[in-house]
Write a protein that binds this ligand. Structure first.
Ligand code: BTN
Length: 324
């Protein structure tokens, strides 16, 4: 009912809406309306109430609930169903379970905080409440499993573009899918695939964006390598206004990828990553390699020329730019 009350209040934002009218439209008692208004106030909504005039919505909080995000969202299908949680172990785990139960492409899980936020390669993702974005999208691409890593590159391009549209800053990508601002990580992607040998059942695209984190909130290990939009712009950013920018970019790039294949994605990825020719240190499955990055191949693997002159294709790992 919260959604319906907010919708009514928004439709009458320039005037008051009487308790009687609300109870009539929502088919509940006036006491029930008053209780919901009290709850909404407790969640941060500023709602004026006068005995003779009724209710008026003055200000909404920066929450990632469907009722806050949906009025701002201009996507065609992505995020039309949005599962919102105050807290959850991990949005990826929840989305995975939903997808196993048949949830369609485009459904989204979003949380105000995560208790066990997961990063790539088994790492932890710092996920304190009401500061950042923790979101997972269910995708069901009809592509062969080896192409699934292109979804990762596609998502990196989309997240970078979403950040750019929203902030005017110019994020770059570090292989495979770290999003950096001034060399510090502002966002990361965790893609999980459920497939059989020749068919993908679904992909869970997990996106974490540091929006309003302050430096001291990052763990010591990542404090010097992580950043947030607030740290870069000096201003608190609106999380609910960021989500539409991100989802619109994701929908656009995913649609393009399905229609035209990996070519435009790889072009945009290369443009943002500018990895060709860079001296790199690559850590992959416990092995450290130094060399020069040649490119990414059509399946998103990093082509590396090692110091010994060997060519290697790296499927997963971490890259650091080295001065060698
Ligand atoms: C990385 O290590 O760079 C990937 C981080 C991905 C974090 C996001 S937050 C939303 C989703 N849920 C998770 O548990 N992880 C991803």
């Amino acid at each position: 009912m919260d959604d319906e009350i907010l919708k009514l209040l928004r439709e009458h934002s320039s005037s008051f809406l009487s308790g009687e009218e609300m109870s009539h439209t929502l088919k509940v008692s006036r006491t029930a309306v008053w209780k919901r208004v009290k709850n909404l106030r407790a969640s941060g909504y500023d709602i004026e109430a006068f005995r003779r005039l009724g209710y008026r919505l003055i200000r909404s909080p920066d929450l990632l609930t469907p009722s806050e995000i949906k009025p701002l969202l201009k996507t065609k299908w992505m995020g039309k169903v949005l599962h919102h949680f105050q807290t959850i172990p991990s949005t990826n785990t929840e989305a995975y379970q939903l997808a196993l139960r048949g949830a369609p492409e485009g459904e989204i899980v979003i949380a105000e905080s995560q208790e066990k936020g997961r990063g790539r390669l088994g790492r932890h993702w710092v996920s304190p409440p009401f500061l950042n974005l923790y979101l997972s999208v269910i995708l069901r691409p009809d592509i062969p499993p080896p192409q699934a890593s292109l979804i990762t590159l596609m998502a990196a391009v989309a997240v970078a573009e979403g950040i750019e549209c929203f902030s005017g800053l110019h994020p770059v990508i570090k292989w495979p899918n770290d999003i950096l601002l001034k060399n510090r990580k502002v966002a990361g992607l965790l893609n999980e695939i459920h497939s059989e040998t020749d068919r993908i059942h679904f992909v869970i695209l997990g996106v974490g964006v540091n929006l309003n984190m302050d430096k001291k909130l990052f763990t010591k290990e990542i404090r010097s390598t992580a950043t947030s939009l607030k740290m870069e712009t000096g201003k608190t950013v609106s999380r609910k206004e960021f989500v539409p920018c991100l989802l619109e970019a994701l929908e656009k790039w995913y649609t393009l990828f399905l229609r035209e294949g990996g070519k435009p994605v790889l072009e945009a990825w290369r443009e943002r990553a500018r990895i060709r020719g860079k001296a790199v240190k690559v850590t992959s499955f416990g092995e450290t390699l130094f060399g020069r990055a040649i490119d990414v191949d059509s399946e998103g693997r990093l082509i590396l020329e090692t110091e010994k002159g060997e060519r290697k294709r790296i499927v997963a790992g971490d890259v650091e730019y080295s001065r060698k």
